[in-house]
Design a protein around this ligand. Sequence first.
Ligand SMILES: [Cu+2]
Length: 276
Amino acid sequence: MTKNQILWILPLLFALTIQLATPQIFAQYAGSMATLQNVDATYAVSIIPGAAQRDSLYHYYPPQIAVPTGTTVGWFNNDYGQPHTVTSGKPGANDSGSIFNSGLMPATANSFFQYTFNQDGEFVYHCNIHPWRVALVSAASTLFSGGSFDIKLGSGSIWDISNIPRVLIDFSPKTVPLDGSTPLTFNVTISEDGQTNSQVVSHLFNTYGRSLPLELVSSNTNETSVYGPDFSSTGAYHIESDFKKGTSYPISVEIVSMNGQPVDIPIKASFELKTS
Ligand SMILES: [Cu+2]
């Protein structure tokens, strides 16, 4: 193989191989991660190892998510040896499977199903084989449009932590061409209102010519952790922290570099996320 051929084939291999990262909490339930081709999903839900067993803590993990309308969710069957389904509606309902239905997801590696939530609403789904197992995707199209960003919230205007302890936020720059290839680096800073040492986290995230999907996860953790992306070029990142009810979190976002170069004109925005 000539040097030119190698140079040509390397980016191709990279583009064809979409790998899942292994976030800490997620990995606890997800088991081994799949390698897939041609995935454009943002958010990964795992059918966890042992999901077929009645006493398994979870079947789908996370069991409840809140995403901006337009998000593509991908489900993996990581319960090797057991087939499962992802079927919209309540078990036994007349409209069961009418919105989405994976059919039988085989018990093999790379067993994957994806669906794009283009309507607002609460989408209950279940497994046809283990119909006592129900989970939820909540989709909302709440938009903060300020500064140089459109910011879409999966929770509606207030994040009700006791209802769903996680919310996906989409940060979409208005003045940057989202071409699916230009490397973009976002800096996101989250503070907590009324605290002396108010900064929760400040972190850099990379995408390739795409908006930034970033999920906030509330848990009883002492340390804030950042993980992701769920998929190498299109996936969501996650910030897990002790996010509290009845609080306000000022969030600011800025694109700090494009194509590896500093940005001349500031591309930024900020808003307050209220919780209940
Ligand atoms: Cu199942």
